[in-house]
Design a protein. Structure first.
Lengths: 1182, 327
């Protein structure tokens, strides 16, 4: 397949342990695994069977989706040949497997069930998921298949592009959240800005958000979206429709939480107003004369029959029950549970209205969860399958009305219509991943429709990892003017990295998970799908054992502060007395840590204690997937046991006492003893932020800049570069491993993808070329290979796609051409290793029809080497139509290239300075590789860079890597007291001194020019420097003359076309202010659209001049006679005045003439008044 | 600064004393001259003493993991024995071949051909695989191996000379190329620089104020002596006297002066750099011996000065001429 010899380099003898790396990608892979394992089944079973009623007869055809099959990726055409990801990247195809569903057709109830397997096209398969051929492959196998030995998967390959589904923030599922939002007022008259909102998630991951609005009159409305609009129901109707109940029961349920004996004490959430409100709710229903459950159901059914699809032929009651099932609290199945939850939500709503409980902050991570790739695909696939059912139904009904002989019983006929749109399902999923757009009518209760996927760029490893660890708040927030959503909130402590967020537009919206943060999944630690029913049963059994009163049997209840409600995934299990609650919570935490308790280890025990006007109290337990969790140490469990690591979520974290492992109490004193302890302080940092050495010694914005710059470095993007076909890949020729590194560096095997060089950096002002963040590079160091790099660009040429006229084109070289000097080989493709210069041909295309040879020239302004040529898939005749040509461009450091240290200290190379002119050390003879200005430090306070310089010097002398893990000095060591004033300098100084170097990392240097000693001691040492991808060769723009715009004759813009840089208004103002009129004239006129126009001074018209033909004849005559062709004065005549007497030439910008022409087209005459006299006003248009 | 009368001579007669001389290492003293001469010598040694290095590479087959430019760059950096470099011509000045690098006066051809056939092991292509057309110019390791083979009885356990690694080849991979080495100087590219390290230091003049020193206690003396990161001073355990044991180890780091000040004894020691006395340390890459490097540097320096002097008749030198000729 490859033109180059396909020889995989052998994986190293030692097999790296990449488990830690894999862990980072687990949320992506696991969620997709679940989709394949069980999610697909769950989703298919939740699709309501489509019923089609024959318009001619009473036959009803029922179409049920039964079982889905997703097959592993296979090569087209040939059975049983597996398709590997590398082939997909090469051939720019999709890594997908066939998707089939067993469909059951049944006519009427008694008809025979006919099962048929429909092929729904292909589903993209996530790499390293259960259907990927590379799952559990060892590094050897991975390398054999042209992958990185560290390949972690988690993305899809669509059309050769590597794309991943972005993790989005969603509202926490199944938790009623109190919200105050101005937009609620717009729901209608009488609405207030307060509501309780719950995002209910069905087992198939589809969700319905229910809002319970508070009305000014004290009542409430239940709102949900259906078919593109929001429906608002009086809450009383829903309460009555859910279960057979009485007004009295509703009243007591609502008012039970109020008791006048508590007054307004701690934990009281209800006021005496609740009685009146309950009355209003009940009155509302009574006013509609709905008294029984049946009446309420009829009422609901009447309204919804027209909008509920597929229910046109059902009675009101069935419709109403379907509405309650499909839209009201879809996470619950039991109507009693729904009733209880609604009562609870009402109580919470009233508490928020009365300000006895505070509303929840929707921007806090406490009330958020993640949208995972597998879940998105599940819900989108469900939507597409339903759409297919709808389309098929429409087709069949159309056909049945048209064609009277059409019979629904005829399975073959029906099947013909059903298969019509099947492949669109697979295509829709693929295009969703390809372009990131979720096209569905309902919106799927997702926060956004665009930008669901991003390209997994392999610019360098840091960037690559960050894509998979990033969490986006949602595209809608990017446009918001307020900055509240971007705030760093304390709730995200330990889950989202406070350092690693980009600057500028997506700041605070695009966050990154910390290195320890995980996302709970459907799988338990043994890799078995969790059985939530079982968990629920054992949890409630345990809870009852410790004193919970279950909701059933129904007894007289009360509310906070006497008892607290116990929720499990949005279902009210019961109540527990507030005296016993703490004990229960501790008991649950113990159960979490026991391996075989049947309680999941990532159970979230969200205990909101009683407070005065704080969050609404209760015990909220969550077992659901897609929650953020992170490990901390539980202090109550005997430390001897290994099980003391507990997984906690952001919801419970807000009410927990977690101390820092520095040995102190964090100012808690005796009042709130710590129950948990952080494992290590670096757990709050993301992987990339964790790689900054001693980041605790830097000013915080510098660490943020470093996170940005680490992702822009030109390093080792991958070891499988030889097999890769990225459009653009950067590659550093001689990377090194940093001498000073953090523990994270080793943990994530960053040595596999190094990104910089240990450069000897001297901090001094030398020659002045290091001013303003410029830096001087030692020319000899660059000569010896420092920071040398390449850019690899792959062009994918697909001749089968290109031609519009369907003319067959193939790669071929002209047979006539014996020319061997060009880069083109006999097959029309370039030779490997050949240098191609700009405008030189490098491949040629033969047109079968016309027989013409079309050679293609290299674009751009710099030469390239042919690195790799691969041909994809020959046609039947053995002609090649699709090829990848990889070009290699040399990028050695030159003036203007950008470099940075690991401390947000970027700079531009200003000179490649000769080695002999660099300062040198008298003892060692060492000359620096790089000189930076000391002014880079005082205002930026990147102390860690100075520490790094000293440490790297000591480390290189010592022959050891230096650990620079941040905060390590504030972690209490076993048996040792935390170090007090023992600074890192005091550790490194003696080390340096013992090797005969200055204690403070300074050395006496001598001027390279004069050989004299420099007055000051110079700070010099190795610092790990990164080369950034911004290089002048890709950016410089210069032009003297060149292409001009057709219409205005002004220079064009754009670097690609050789255009100029706009000399804009502000630049013009600057020149005006300087009075440099000549320069101004030069820029804006001579170098732009200078034009000499012929103007008739009589009529003042610009446009009437015409050339008289005789002129040219005269010229020809002179030429014939052999006389020198003198340039004759153009003989011009004004068309309007019919005379040439008044013709004058005037220099002007060409656009002015164009303006005159444009105006003339609108019947406006532009007239010039010409004059030689300076006292007359300058010529004006009239 | 007052100028001496016309005709007055600045001429000095520098002295050189060689302390240590090995093939690739030299340490010598240069006295009775000033920093400009010392630095000029250093600069010439690094950047202007010619050597031979691979400059043109024609790659026939390269199926290794490294790309062509990378291999060419690595080849260029291999030090080649350049004892004959002074006599060679720069290819740009070569009349015999018009500078196309194919004549014996200005260039040396190398051939390299390697193919990995061993099934399991990777083949290491090293500088030893380069085949030179001129026995005088070859990779340094080859020359050394040859020398050792000659004096086999003299030094039997010299160990295997592996040569500088160019690239590793896997089974089936091949590297075949033709390279042309040319004469050049380090100013143009660092590969032509024969010097690994050339540095000089001013000879320090250390005077201990004995009177003040006597006022120190033994502990103070010890801590003062230890404050220097390098071992410059010695505290005699018997006589309790502080003496200068190795003045040249002093790095002008001022640590002892700062220490003395911190101890409240400023002026305990006085350290001055002798303005006219330099200690040179020279290390070469092996392309030429340290001795050749120094001698060639002096030759080059002299040629440069000659070039200036010869031009001096006409006033082309402009301002420089005025400087040289005096008023």
């Amino acid at each position: 397949m490859d033109k180059a010899t396909k020889s995989a380099s052998p994986a190293g003898a030692k097999e790296g342990d990449y488990a830690a790396l894999r862990e980072l990608f687990r949320p992506h892979v696991e969620s997709f695994d679940y989709f394949l394992d069980a999610g697909l089944e769950e989703m298919l079973s939740s699709i309501r069977p489509m019923e089609i009623k024959d318009p001619n007869s009473s036959t009803i055809l029922k179409i049920t989706l039964e079982k889905g099959h997703v097959l592993p990726p296979m090569r087209d055409g040939r059975l049983g040949v597996p398709l590997y990801p590398q082939e997909c990247r090469q051939a720019r195809i999709t890594y997908h497997g066939e998707f089939k569903v067993d469909v059951c057709l049944q006519c009427n109830e008694e008809g025979a069930q006919i099962r048929h397997t429909f092929n729904f096209g292909h589903l993209p398969i996530m790499l390293m998921s259960k259907l990927c051929h590379l799952r559990d492959a060892d590094p050897h196998k991975l390398v054999f298949h042209g992958e990185e030995s560290t390949e972690m998967g988690g993305y899809f390959i669509c059309g050769g592009m590597e794309r991943l589904i972005r993790i989005l923030i969603l509202q926490k599922r199944n938790y009623p959240m109190g919200m105050v939002r101005g937009s609620f007022l717009k729901r209608g008259a009488g609405y207030t800005d307060k509501a309780v909102v719950i995002r209910c998630v069905h087992t198939d991951q589809s969700s319905v958000t229910i809002k319970l609005y508070y009305l000014q009159n004290g009542s409430a409305r239940l709102g949900f979206w259906l078919g593109g609009r929001e429906f608002l129901l009086p809450v009383g109707i829903v309460l009555k429709a859910l279960i057979d109940t009485s007004d009295r029961e509703i009243f007591t349920s609502l008012t039970c939480c109020y008791s006048d004996k508590y007054g307004r004490g701690k934990g009281v959430v209800s006021t005496q107003l609740i009685g009146e409100r309950a009355q209003i709710i009940l009155d509302e229903v009574r006013d509609l004369s709905l008294l029984t459950r049946m009446q309420c159901l009829m009422h609901i059914g009447k309204y919804f029959r027209s909008v509920m699809e597929g229910f046109e032929h059902y009675d009101y009651e069935t419709v109403a029950k379907a509405v309650l099932k499909d839209y009201i609290f879809v996470h619950l199945e039991n109507n009693h549970d729904k009733f209880n939850l609604l009562i609870f939500m009402l109580q919470k709503l009233y508490a928020i209205v009365d300000q006895t409980a505070s509303p929840d902050n929707p921007d806090a991570l406490q009330f958020q969860e993640a949208l995972l790739p597998g879940h998105l695909i599940t819900i989108f696939l469900k939507d597409r399958l339903q759409d297919w059912l709808r389309k098929s139904k429409r087709l069949i009904i159309e056909e049945a009305t048209k064609n009277k002989s059409f019979d629904l019983n005829n399975a073959l006929e029906v099947r013909k219509f059903l298969t019509k749109h099947t492949t669109s399902v697979g295509r829709a999923i693929e295009s969703m991943i390809k372009i990131g757009k979720v096209n569905s009518q309902s919106g799927l209760d997702l926060p956004q429709r665009d930008g669901m996927t991003i390209h997994a760029e392999r610019l360098n490893f840091h960037r690559y990892i960050s894509h998979f660890r990033s969490v986006h708040r949602g595209a809608a927030f990017a446009k918001m003017r307020t900055t509240a959503v971007r705030k760093l909130l304390p709730e995200s402590w330990g889950f989202l990295c406070p350092v690693h967020t980009p600057d500028g537009e997506p700041c605070g919206l695009l966050n990154h998970m910390t290195s320890t943060c995980r996302i709970s999944s459907f799988y338990n630690s043994e890799g078995v799908v969790k059985d939530f029913e079982k968990i629920k049963k054992s949890l409630s059994a345990e809870l009852v054992r410790v004193g919970m009163n279950p909701v059933f049997p129904r007894i007289e209840r009360s509310g906070p502060p006497e008892v607290l409600h116990v929720h499990l995934d949005g279902c009210i299990l019961g109540t527990i007395s507030s005296a016993r609650i703490e004990e229960t919570v501790n008991f649950l935490r113990k159960l979490k840590l026991l391996a075989h308790s049947g309680i999941p280890e990532d159970l979230e025990v969200g205990y909101i204690p009683l407070s005065l006007g704080g969050a609404y109290p209760g015990l909220y337990l969550f077992t659901n997937p897609a929650r953020f969790v992170r490990p901390v140490k539980n202090l109550f469990i005997v430390p001897g046991g290994k099980q003391s690591i507990e997984l906690i979520g952001p919801f419970e974290q807000a009410f927990m006492e977690i101390r820092c492992p520095d040995g102190g109490d964090g100012g808690r004193k005796e009042m709130f003893p710590a129950t948990h302890e952080e494992i290590h302080p670096t757990a709050i940092l993301s992987v990339v932020a964790n790689l900054t050495p001693w980041s605790d010694h830097n000013q915080s914005p510098r660490n943020m800049y470093q996170c940005q710059m680490a992702k822009q470095t030109m390093g080792f993007c991958g070891q499988a570069l030889k097999f890769r076909t990225d459009v653009k890949a950067f590659h550093l020729q001689t990377p090194q491993t940093p001498i000073v590194r953090t523990a994270t560096y080793n943990k994530y095997c960053m040595d596999e993808f190094p990104s910089g060089t240990n450069a000897i950096v001297a901090v001094l002002a030398y020659t002045g070329y290091d001013m303003e963040d410029a830096m001087i590079l030692n020319k000899s160091a660059v000569d010896r290979g420092m920071f040398r790099g390449h850019i690899y660009q792959t062009e994918c040429i697909d001749l089968s796609k290109k031609n519009r006229e369907n003319v067959p084109e193939i790669f071929a070289k002209s047979v006539l051409s014996r020319d061997t000097s060009t880069a083109i080989d006999s097959d029309g493709l370039p030779r490997l290793g050949q240098t191609v210069h700009p405008n030189e041909q490098y491949y040629s295309v033969y047109n079968r029809l016309t027989g013409a040879i079309r050679p293609v020239k290299l674009k751009g302004s710099e030469p390239a080497y042919i690195d790799y040529v691969a041909v994809n898939g020959a046609s039947s005749k053995g002609d090649f139509q699709k090829a990848n040509i990889r070009l290699r461009r040399v990028r050695n450091p030159i003036i203007g290239d950008k470099f940075s240290s690991r401390h947000g200290q970027k700079g531009v190379c200003s000179q490649l300075w000769p080695d002999i002119d660099m300062p040198f050390s008298a003892n060692t003879g060492m000359r620096p590789d790089l000189i930076i200005n000391p002014h880079a430090f005082p205002s930026r306070m990147t102390i860690a860079m100075l520490l790094e310089s000293m440490a790297a010097k000591a480390g290189s002398l010592h022959g050891k890597f230096i650990d620079a893990t941040p905060f390590s000095s504030s972690v209490k060591k076993e048996g040792k007291h935390p170090r007090k004033s023992d600074s890192i300098v005091d550790e490194l100084g003696p080390m340096l001194a013992s090797y005969g170097f200055g204690y403070h990392g300074t050395e006496t240097l001598y001027s390279g020019f004069f050989g004299t000693e420099m007055e000051c001691a110079i700070f010099i040492g190795p610092v790990y420097y990164q080369r950034l991808r911004h290089m002048v060769s890709d950016k410089f723009q210069v032009r003297t003359t060149g292409r001009i715009d057709q219409v205005t004759r002004q220079p064009i813009g754009g670097r690609k076309h050789g255009g100029g840089i706009r000399f804009g208004e502000m630049e013009r103002d600057a020149l005006l202010a300087h009075g440099s009129s000549y320069l101004l004239h030069d820029r804006l006129h001579s170098c732009s659209d200078y034009h000499i126009a012929d103007v008739c001074s009589f009529c003042g018209s610009l446009l009437t001049a015409t050339v008289i033909k005789s002129d040219t004849q005269k010229k020809d005559k002179r030429e014939m006679l052999g006389l020198p062709t003198v340039k004759l004065a153009k003989n011009l005549v004004c068309q309007a005045c019919k005379t040439s007497k008044g013709m004058e030439t005037v220099a002007m910008p060409y656009v002015f003439r164009y303006l005159a022409a444009e105006l003339a087209a609108m019947n406006i005459k532009l007239e010039l008044r010409l004059s030689n006299k300076s006292e007359l006003p300058p010529s004006q248009g009239s | 600064m007052d100028r001496p009368a016309a005709g007055a001579s600045y001429q000095r007669f520098p002295r050189v004393r060689i302390r240590e001389l090995r093939d690739d290492y030299a340490k010598f003293e240069l006295r009775d001259t000033d920093a400009s001469i010392a630095n000029a010598l250093r600069r010439v040694m690094i950047a202007e003493v010619p050597t031979v290095a691979i400059d043109l590479v024609e790659i026939e087959v390269n199926s290794s993991v490294l790309n062509d430019e990378f291999i060419a760059h690595r080849l260029g950096l291999i030090p080649l024995t350049s004892a004959a470099a002074m006599q060679m011509r720069f290819s740009r000045d070569c009349d015999a071949c018009d500078g196309d690098g194919s004549c014996e006066y200005c260039s040396v051809e190398f051939l390299l051909s390697a193919r990995a056939t061993d099934s399991d092991q990777t083949l290491e292509v090293t500088a030893n695989d380069l085949r030179s057309a001129d026995p005088k110019v070859c990779p340094v390791d080859q020359a050394r191996a040859y020398q050792q083979a000659l004096n086999a009885d003299y030094d039997t356990n010299a160990g295997e000379q592996r040569g500088i690694l160019i690239v590793k080849l896997r089974r089936g991979q091949e590297l075949r190329l033709r390279a042309i080495a040319r004469k050049g100087i380090g100013k143009d590219h660092a590969k032509w620089s024969p010097a690994a390290t050339v540095t000089f230091m001013y000879e320090p003049d250390i005077r201990i104020n004995e009177e003040l020193m006597d006022t120190l206690t033994l502990d103070e003396k010890r801590s003062w002596v230890e404050s220097s990161p390098t071992k410059v001073f010695h505290l005699d355990p018997i006589t309790k006297q502080v003496t200068v044991c190795d003045a040249e180890a002093y790095t002008y780091d001022d640590e002892v002066i700062k220490k003395a000040e911190a101890m409240g004894k400023p002026g305990l020691v006085e350290i001055n750099a002798k303005e006219d006395s330099f200690i040179f340390t020279v290390e070469t890459t092996g392309a030429i011996t340290a001795y050749e490097l120094i001698m060639n540097a002096i030759t080059v320096l002299r040629q440069k000065l000659d070039a200036v002097r010869l031009q001096d008749d006409d006033g082309d030198l402009g301002e420089l001429g005025a400087h040289l000729g005096g008023p």
